[in-house]
Design a protein around this ligand. Structure first.
Ligand SMILES: NC(=O)c1ccc[n+]([C@@H]2O[C@H](COP(=O)([O-])OP(=O)(O)OC[C@H]3O[C@@H](n4cnc5c(N)ncnc54)[C@H](O)[C@@H]3O)[C@@H](O)[C@H]2O)c1
Length: 294
């Protein structure tokens, strides 16, 4: 079969992940429509993308000017223009009912061959696909943060995703200069989180039990295992609420207590200590995003 090149992408949700996804697609020459219900979020997203592109340009990582890339990203507060795009990538809050209602709507607006992908961290693709009339065109494209710098993207096959769409997902990931990790069944946590989340849980328990500090665990993980960031540094960047949501959704769908978020994490999420975005998580931050010395 002839490889289909994706020329246009409609990104649903202009938050942390959606804006990163819009950026990397535009960097690869794809026309992007970035949709959010909140106009201020869209403006903020464009500012953040511009900042990131400037940084990449200063380091010589992009050939075009930041403005040339930015010009490929248009914004929308209306879902209708997703009709006729090659690919829709949904990146709204990790809320299954919200995602299902959007999938229903997108399915009714944009008929095949538009492919519909979700960036969900934990919701089964099969379940999202089940509310559409054409589940064979629904797949998972799971990006990792920070999207402009992280090369991995899991390509996830739901139970009814066609082989053709699964492979088109792989080709798209390559087209935007990322590396596909092929996941042939949409099991909870897919592959990388299934392996990574238990180590986050364990690290939190080590802190809870007073065995080591957050700083020392992060330092050890960086030095011993060559990780660019420690578990807690990454957790603050991702957002404790996001990881909490992923764990709860895995716990609910499997009934397996090993996924139940540790007490300290549950309390921090309740207290609103969500990481960088609230200036306090495992570490504390200044308004410019730099870390406060303890
Ligand atoms: N944060 C991470 O590191 C990470 C990594 C991989 C996957 N994910 C997944 O990506 C998705 C988004 O996460 P995020 O961290 O970007 O969240 P976020 O809170 O930064 O962004 C979510 C965005 O969705 C928008 N939104 C909400 N309802 C909407 C609607 N009905 N229509 C359009 N937009 C709507 C919000 O305005 C917000 O801008 C989640 O499914 C999450 O599990 C997150």
């Amino acid at each position: 079969m002839e490889k289909m090149k994706v020329r246009s992408v409609f990104v649903v949700g202009a938050g942390f992940m959606g804006s990163g996804i819009a950026q990397v697609c535009a960097q690869a020459g794809v026309q992007v429509l970035l949709y959010d219900t909140n106009r201020e979020v869209l403006e903020g997203a464009k500012t953040k993308i511009g900042w990131s592109l400037n940084k990449l340009s200063e380091k010589g990582k992009i050939e075009e000017t930041p403005q040339q890339v930015l010009d490929r990203i248009k914004t929308a507060t209306d879902l209708n223009p997703c009709k006729g795009t090659d690919l829709v990538i949904e990146a709204v809050f990790e809320d299954i009912e919200l995602k299902k209602s959007l999938f229903r709507e997108i399915d009714s607006i944009a008929p095949p061959p538009t492919m519909i992908a979700s960036n969900t961290s934990s919701i089964p693709i099969t379940e999202l696909a089940s509310v559409t009339e054409s589940p064979e065109r629904v797949l998972g494209l799971h990006f990792f943060s920070p999207v402009p710098l992280n090369q991995a993207v899991e390509v996830i096959k739901g139970m009814r995703t066609s082989e053709e769409v699964f492979l088109a997902g792989r080709d798209f990931v390559r087209q935007i200069c990322k590396e596909p990790i092929m996941v042939s069944r949409d099991v909870e946590g897919f592959v990388l989180n299934r392996i990574n989340l238990p180590s986050i849980i364990e690290a939190i328990r080590v802190v809870e039990e007073g065995i080591a500090t957050v700083e020392d665990i992060d330092k050890g993980l960086r030095l011993a295992f060559g990780r660019p960031m420690g578990i807690f540094e990454t957790s603050d960047m991702v957002g404790l609420d996001v990881t909490y949501g992923a764990l709860m959704s895995m716990y609910r769908s499997t009934g397996d207590p090993r996924w139940y978020p540790p007490l300290l994490m549950r309390r921090m999420v309740k207290a609103g200590y969500l990481g960088k975005k609230t200036l306090k998580g495992w570490y504390e931050y200044n308004p410019d995003g730099s870390r406060k010395e303890r």
